[in-house]
Design a protein around this ligand. Structure first.
Ligand code: ADP
Ligand code: MG
Length: 232
């Protein structure tokens, strides 16, 4: 926990600088990327392999900058009354396209009793996308992603499950540590961002995983239960 707090503090410090860093770093990177593309168009065949690696690494660096910026920005984001299900439906085309490309399927099990919540819809979109993409990336062809909602007296629950490779027990504690990634193209910031978004909504995020079976991310959002008041 101690080292994790150290990481978080360091991250928030860097987060404060994210906006200016974005400018300073993204511009030269865009120039490099543009000229590489031009060089590639002029003589495509010879260095194809190197070209692909350089482009992928540039895009990965851009991804890290994007995630940094989101982390810095999400402290001031405002919330409005909105429905989790609307956000999920808005994301559907994007998610389905992604799943289709991978030969995977998505199932929705949405509880119609889920009430509106005070949410920042942009952040919640990012939350769902990040968790769903992780799920898809953990699965082979024919894998299934399930997005489920439920509600009880205190919480609305959002559960995103996959039938992927699962996460070893020894790695569970590292998931939310900045820059922890097992992917060649990973940033290791997706789940850091997710936790920050969930905390911003006074929620709780937990992970259940079994190797070879799959993983579920559970996000609990607190809500005021008016029904209980009516009964009193
Ligand atoms: P990234 O996706 O860039 O690697 P994340 O913070 O989103 O960064 O995730 C960190 C790591 O957690 C991943 O690299 C992966 O090892 C693990 N992980 C996250 N979600 C899942 C999942 N659904 N199934 C298996 N492993 C996962
Ligand atoms: Mg990720």
């Amino acid at each position: 926990l101690r080292s994790e707090l150290g990481n978080m503090e360091r991250l928030s410090l860097v987060g404060q600088m994210a906006a200016s860093i974005t400018h300073e770093i993204r511009n030269p990177m865009a120039v490099v990327r543009g000229f590489l593309q031009l060089m590639h168009e002029k003589s495509p065949s010879t260095l194809d392999h190197y070209y692909r690696i350089v482009m992928e690494e540039l895009d990965r660096a851009n991804g890290i900058i994007d995630d940094f910026l989101s982390l810095a920005q999400n402290r001031v984001a405002e919330k409005t009354d909105c429905h989790l299900h609307k956000i999920i439906y808005d994301l559907s085309p994007l998610l389905w396209a992604d799943a289709n490309l991978r030969g995977q399927s998505i199932e929705l099990e949405l509880d119609e009793n889920v009430p509106e919540l005070r949410l920042n819809s942009k952040e919640i979109k990012q939350l769902i996308l990040n968790i769903a993409r992780n799920g898809m990336e953990s699965m082979h062809v024919k894998g299934q992603l399930t997005i489920r909602t439920t509600v009880d007296d205190n919480y609305v629950e959002l559960i995103i499950s996959d039938t992927g490779v699962g996460i070893p027990k020894s790695k569970i504690d590292e998931l939310f540590v900045p820059f922890f990634t097992t992917k060649d193209q990973g940033t290791g910031l997706g789940l850091v961002l997710c936790r920050s978004i969930v905390e911003h909504h006074k929620g709780i995020i937990t992970v259940h995983s079994e190797e070879g079976i799959g993983t579920s991310f559970v996000v609990k959002f607190p809500h005021n239960n008016t029904n209980t008041l009516n009964l009193l």
